[in-house]
Design a protein around this ligand. Structure first.
Ligand SMILES: N[C@@H](CCC(=O)N[C@@H](CS(=O)(=O)O)C(=O)NCC(=O)O)C(=O)O
Length: 213
């Protein structure tokens, strides 16, 4: 059976968990803290990042956007996350994922910069990450408009990526005012979180034991 190395707050791992659930592909969930010395992730990914999909053969697939591409290619019989007869629609969905993942990247950098001791945090660096988050959210809000889904009125990759980052914001940065700034994006997030695949993968904080920064 497929195995997925994941972490409870990970928006990247949540994308893969949602995709596997939406495609009804069974897998074993291996939850861990990749920041602690106890992590097994480096055994499967030279970049030491989860999620990692471990195949029956023992081969590992890593980098969430690539894992999703791998799943879509290898499990073609299941629900498709990308339109097969609309190249532009498929490419736009991947662009939405690029922005959603980029917001996550900036949020992770911001999260750890805040962990630094007083006097060692870079305000300039945090301001730069906040700009990326805000610019990414503005793009997502502009793209979703008042639609139900990002591409062709059909749930797919873009909604998995956008839904995951918005859910991550709610858990990790509840003070961010994006829901007041972008009313329909907030409604979109609430609606997509009604899906069983989202309900079953709600992010929760994790306890990190080791010193990271
Ligand atoms: N671009 C990667 C990012 C993955 C990532 O940053 N994962 C974090 C965990 S989490 O932030 O998603 O919870 C990690 O394993 N970090 C460990 C490390 O960077 O050494 C992806 O999309 O898979």
């Amino acid at each position: 059976m497929l195995r997925l190395i994941s972490a409870t707050p990970s928006p990247y791992a949540r994308k893969v968990r949602i995709a596997l659930a939406e495609k009804s592909i069974p897998f074993e969930l291996l939850t861990e803290v990749p920041w602690d010395s106890t992590t097994q992730t480096p055994q499967y990914n030279p970049l030491e990042k989860l999620p990692v999909l471990i195949l029956d053969s023992g081969k590992s697939v890593y980098e969430s956007h690539y894992i999703l591409e791998f799943i879509e290619a290898k499990y073609s019989g299941a629900l498709e996350l990308l339109p097969k007869d609309d190249v532009d629609g498929a490419l736009f969905a991947k662009q939405v994922e690029v922005v959603a993942d980029g917001i996550c990247d900036a949020l992770v950098l911001l999260f750890f910069e805040k962990q630094r001791e007083d006097g060692k945090r870079s305000e300039e660096w945090m301001a730069r990450q906040r700009r990326k988050v805000d610019g990414g959210l503005k793009a997502l809000a502009g793209w979703i408009g008042n639609k139900e889904f990002f591409v062709n009125d059909t749930f797919g990759l873009a909604d998995i990526a956008a839904g995951s980052v918005l859910g991550y914001l709610k858990v990790r940065f509840p003070e961010h005012p994006w829901r007041e700034t972008y009313l329909h994006l907030a409604t979109y997030s609430q609606n997509v979180e009604e899906r069983q695949s989202f309900k079953d993968t709600m992010p929760t904080p994790q306890k990190i034991s080791d010193k990271i920064v």
